[in-house]
Design a protein around this ligand. Structure first.
Ligand code: G4P
Length: 531
């Protein structure tokens, strides 16, 4: 328990959303509150330009920037906040899913006009797999959005989570007058582009007081009174334990671009968001209060300089104290390693650090020692679990265009897929290399990087698969038979696990019902057999 104070100071989280819902804008407002940036617009550059959807040169340029904004640490009211960035582009969704394994909670931004969108759904699925506590921010209330009750119902139904309104909006669009804070019992009147210090808040302990009519007019006051009575009757106080177990999500309404309703959420966030949580490993749950250091790699980022294949591995500290120049145990490789230049991230600057505590993320220079999911400890042999690989959705065969560079191609494929943005499969009983990704853009990035960094040139040939399912069975003979009968659709992943490549949902369902002894998994635990 040596580091209790440090642990309790920290909150590590991510903001997630469907592209364009306002994640970047909200991130920026948080950083402004934390004093980590001084001007609006500072975070914008992190985004892959919307219109450059297939321009991988743009991505190359952005990669450098996104290393710097991968983790943004700032202090707010004596709380040390680590905000982990997630790529906005859907083709990098797998990276986002991985990052979610390194946070203790999330803020989900929903666009009040569009409601629940495709990425919102998927991101929430990942959060639910880990019971991650979620706070919902309904953004863009300055636009004519959906009816607030309908919106809540839609989110609850589509995301399968119970909501608990913390603030309540008074109209939307051009009639948007502000929000009533159901918890603090005050009225926050809407003004565009609010500064952190000059929010127009009116304390209204009793909604029947005439001051409410004065502030928002009789008609809206009457509606708010009715809504508030209904909400208080239905919801009451926020059940914080239910939030912490991922069952109930507090909801805030606001407008990120106008910095409206953001502070209310941030203040609640530091009050209720979980401190660094225990994490499951192959032997036991490791609480952050364990005196011995442990952590895992959740993201690997290639450096920009193609001549040096240096990478940056992002380590989430889970327990104890990480120290510069101290030897730690790399469990998978069974060797001791130390880091002379580990760094931490304060908004846009990188700083070499001497020590880090649970909840912190440390950037480690890596020359190829790390894979996603690797565990570092102070000597003990265990590995963190629950860092899954998800089924890719687009599959392409790799065609080697330069047989003289076969070795480089193979090495490049292995190393690039170690970064976790794409998965490499090998055709069963053959040699065909198949790359699976969640987005088309990844193929362009891989092709480009293979050439730039490894001097290997390749092409891709589309394959007619829609999902990869890891297959297991309690009956080895049944698994063997299935693998042989379906050999055209079978491949192995990098760890040698068997994978069934399904052409369509219909094929998948047919195989599942015809083969009740075979289990089909849509995610795979990385390095399950590492120890
Ligand atoms: P993302 O990271 O989730 O992809 O979204 P981002 O913050 O970039 O916001 C997407 C667009 O929505 C931006 O407009 C942004 O200005 C706008 N936006 C964010 N919050 C609000 C809000 O509360 N109200 C309104 N009306 N708009 C909001 P853009 O025109 O696409 O980009 P930009 O030219 O402003 O950079």
């Amino acid at each position: 328990m040596k580091y209790n104070n440090e642990i309790h100071k920290r909150r590590t989280f991510a903001i997630i959303s469907h592209p364009d819902a306002g994640k970047t804008t909200l991130t920026e407002k948080f950083l402004l509150f934390g004093g980590a940036i001084q001007t609006a617009g500072a975070v914008k550059s992190n985004k892959i330009k919307k219109h450059a959807t297939s321009d991988f040169m743009e991505i190359e340029r952005q990669r450098g920037i996104s290393v710097a904004t991968s983790v943004m640490s700032f202090e707010y009211k004596n709380t040390l906040i680590n905000l982990l960035d997630t790529p906005g582009h859907k083709d990098f969704a797998e990276d986002t899913y991985r990052t979610l394994t390194a946070v203790d909670s999330v803020i989900l931004v929903v666009d009040s006009v569009n409601g629940v969108e495709e990425q919102t759904r998927r991101l929430m699925e990942v959060c639910r797999m880990r019971d991650t506590p979620v706070i919902v921010f309904i953004n863009k209330m300055d636009r004519d959005g959906k009816n607030r009750f309908d919106l809540l119902e839609e989110i609850e139904k589509e995301l399968n989570i119970s909501l608990h309104p913390m603030t309540w909006p008074i109209n939307s669009g051009k009639d948007f007058k502000g929000v009533y804070n159901l918890h603090d019992k005050n009225l926050l009147l809407f003004t565009a582009n609010t500064k952190a210090t000059d929010e127009d808040t009116v304390s209204i302990s009793d909604l029947s007081l005439p001051v409410l009519d004065e502030k928002i007019g009789e008609k809206d006051a009457a509606i708010l009174r009715e809504d508030a009575e209904l909400l208080e009757g239905v919801y009451g106080e926020l059940p914080v334990p239910d939030y912490l177990s991922g069952k109930v999500a507090p909801v805030f309404f606001g407008s990120a671009i106008n910095n409206f309703g953001v502070k209310e959420m941030l203040d609640t966030f530091i009050r209720i968001a979980p401190v660094p949580r225990p994490r499951p490993t192959s032997v036991r749950d490791i609480p952050p209060t364990d005196d011995k250091f442990s952590g895992f790699i959740f993201k690997i980022h290639a450096n920009l300089d193609p001549k040096h294949r240096d990478r940056i591995a992002f380590l989430r500290v889970c327990s104890g104290k990480f120290e510069r120049n101290k030897y730690f145990h790399h469990v998978r490789l069974d060797k001791d390693v130390r880091f002379s230049n580990p760094y931490t991230f304060m908004a846009r600057d990188k700083d070499v650090i001497e020590e880090a505590f649970p909840g912190d993320v440390v950037g480690l220079f890596d020359t190829g020692n790390f894979k996603i999911g690797d565990t570092l400890t102070e000597g003990e042999n265990f590995f963190f679990t629950g860092i899954p690989s998800f089924s890719p959705e687009i599959f392409k065969e790799v065609i080697n265009k330069d047989p003289m560079k076969t070795k480089q191609l193979e090495k490049g494929l292995l190393q690039l897929t170690d970064e976790g943005v794409a998965q490499l499969f090998t055709q069963f009983g053959g040699n065909k290399k198949i790359i699976g990704c969640v987005g088309d853009l990844q193929f362009e990035v891989i092709q480009y990087r293979l050439l730039q960094e490894y001097g290997a040139s390749c092409e891709f040939r589309a394959m007619p698969y829609y999902k990869a399912c890891w297959i297991t069975s309690a009956d080895p003979k049944k698994l063997d038979d299935f693998t042989r009968f379906k050999s055209n659709n079978i491949a192995t992943d990098k760890d040698g696990h068997l994978v069934y490549l399904a052409q369509s949902e219909w094929f998948l369902n047919t195989e599942r019902s015809n083969n009740p002894d075979i289990e089909f998994h849509f995610t795979s635990e990385i390095h399950k057999e590492a120890v």
